[in-house]
Design a protein around this ligand. Structure first.
Ligand code: AMP
Length: 420
């Protein structure tokens, strides 16, 4: 029997794994430039944090959590999302008692027991940014801009921004009641009817055509907003417009986690089939209180790294071959003594800051040169017995096949010059 990665998971292997690393870095670069600091929370938390923070009625909590009892009898859950842990960390360490907003970013694995398909996994990667402790439409706009700039930094052109507001604790109850009244009159199955009572907004998100067909005349939150929410949302929209960020108003955009209030947004990509959301977020003014903290109005996002890589592949943004460049220089030693000397030379090159590898396993010249080609290196260093005697090495440009002899003592400097 041989083992396979568990269902709904996959391995990131080179060169794709390198792309994923670079994608993470590029996605969060704008947030780092805006003063967001790095936070790393544990991969698992007290189960109650998610039950209270994300909401018992959500699919994430009711069906998708990886929950187990540890050897000390505690109920532990592998994190399904990053926001509740970040808020927990802020409260635990009193960061909210200092300068506000607290601006943080994170990068990490998330775990959800979902129906696995392309773009939807049980273990996936998100990068996220959160600004805690300020109620200011400029902050919502800032975060949206930072995410949009992250996608733009990757060269993605097919990402669209959908924007909505979900109202606040003043106006949401009125809207909720109106929506429930509308939904109760529809022809829906039992589980959906139950959802109307617990989380009616989620019914709007039902993807089944027979449900969608009945939702055409559903009341929209935009028609139930209080004056404060209206003004707030207008300011967010106007700042986005002034910053040149294109968006579509999507009055039906609701999100899977319960904690969202006011601004909500999603970034979608049309090259991904049904799992089109590459990122999303919004304001979560009540989350801190839901997990026992003080009022701490906050806003944030999480961007899916796996799906962003898929979107980049759909747009053909990874040049074939380019990511195959593992090193800059590759050593081809011929003979026992040359191998020892090459080992030292490669070490010297690496310490000098060059990407260097060499042939291992006692290969002959043909096999070793094949290794050089596969490594993506620009130069091969060929070291034979005659070279050793002359304290020299053959420097071969693998793109032109031009070969020159250089003294061993100078090779690091010469190569550094070529790559500077
Ligand atoms: P959410 O935390 O549900 O708001 O998701 C934010 C982003 O994470 C989504 O837009 C997706 O890009 C990504 N994401 C969420 N769930 C999954 C999953 N099961 N597999 C892969 N990516 C996911």
């Amino acid at each position: 029997m041989s083992f396979q990665a568990p269902k709904g998971t996959f391995d990131w292997l080179p060169p794709r794994s390198e792309r994923a690393l670079a994608v993470r870095e590029t996605l969060v670069a704008p947030a780092r430039r805006a003063g967001y600091g790095y936070v790393e929370t544990p991969t698992f938390e007290d189960t109650a944090l998610f039950v209270r923070g994300v909401g018992e009625s959500t699919d994430v909590v009711s069906k998708e959590m990886y929950t187990f009892t540890d050897k000390g009898g505690r109920s532990i859950t592998l994190r399904p999302e990053g926001t509740a842990p970040v808020v927990r960390a802020v409260l635990q360490h009193g960061l909210h008692n200092g300068q506000l907003p607290v601006k943080l970013w994170y990068s990490g694995s998330q775990f959800r027991y979902e129906r696995a398909q392309k773009g939807r996994y049980r273990h996936f990667w998100q990068v996220g940014a959160e600004a805690l402790g300020a109620e200011d439409p400029a902050l919502d706009a800032e975060l949206i801009l930072l995410a949009a700039d992250g996608y733009a930094g990757l060269g993605l052109t097919g990402v669209r921004l959908l924007l909505n507001t979900l109202g606040c604790k003043e106006c949401r109850p009125g809207y909720r009641a109106a929506l429930q009244e509308f939904l109760r009159a529809l022809d829906l199955d039992e589980p959906t009817r139950a959802r109307i009572e617990i989380n009616p907004l989620r019914v709007l998100d039902d993807k089944r055509p027979e449900v969608q067909a009945q939702l055409a005349g559903a009341p929209l939150v935009v028609d139930h907003l209080c004056e404060a929410c209206k003004a707030y949302h207008e300011e967010v929209r106007s700042l986005l417009t002034a910053s040149g960020v294109a968006f579509s108003d999507d009055p039906r955009l609701v999100r899977g986690l319960d904690y969202y209030t006011r601004t909500t947004f999603e970034f979608v990509h049309d090259g991904l089939g049904s799992q089109s959301a590459v990122g999303g977020g919004g304001r979560y003014d009540g989350l801190s209180e839901m997990i026992g903290g003080p009022a701490l109005p906050s806003v944030g996002w999480a961007l899916g790294v796996d799906r962003t890589v898929l979107a980049m592949e759909a747009e053909g943004l990874f040049e074939e071959g380019s990511a195959g460049e593992r090193v800059q220089v590759y050593g081809v030693p011929l003979g026992e003594e040359a191998r020892r000397r090459m080992f030292l030379l490669v070490t010297e090159l690496r310490r000098a800051g060059l990407g260097a590898d060499m042939s291992f396993g006692g290969k002959g010249v043909k096999g070793a040169m094949k290794g050089a080609d596969r490594s993506g290196a620009r130069y091969a260093l060929i070291l034979g017995e005659r070279d050793l005697a002359a304290q020299a090495v053959q420097l071969k440009d693998l793109t032109t096949a031009e070969q020159t002899e250089v003294p061993l003592a100078e090779v690091a400097d010469i190569l550094k010059g070529k790559f500077s």
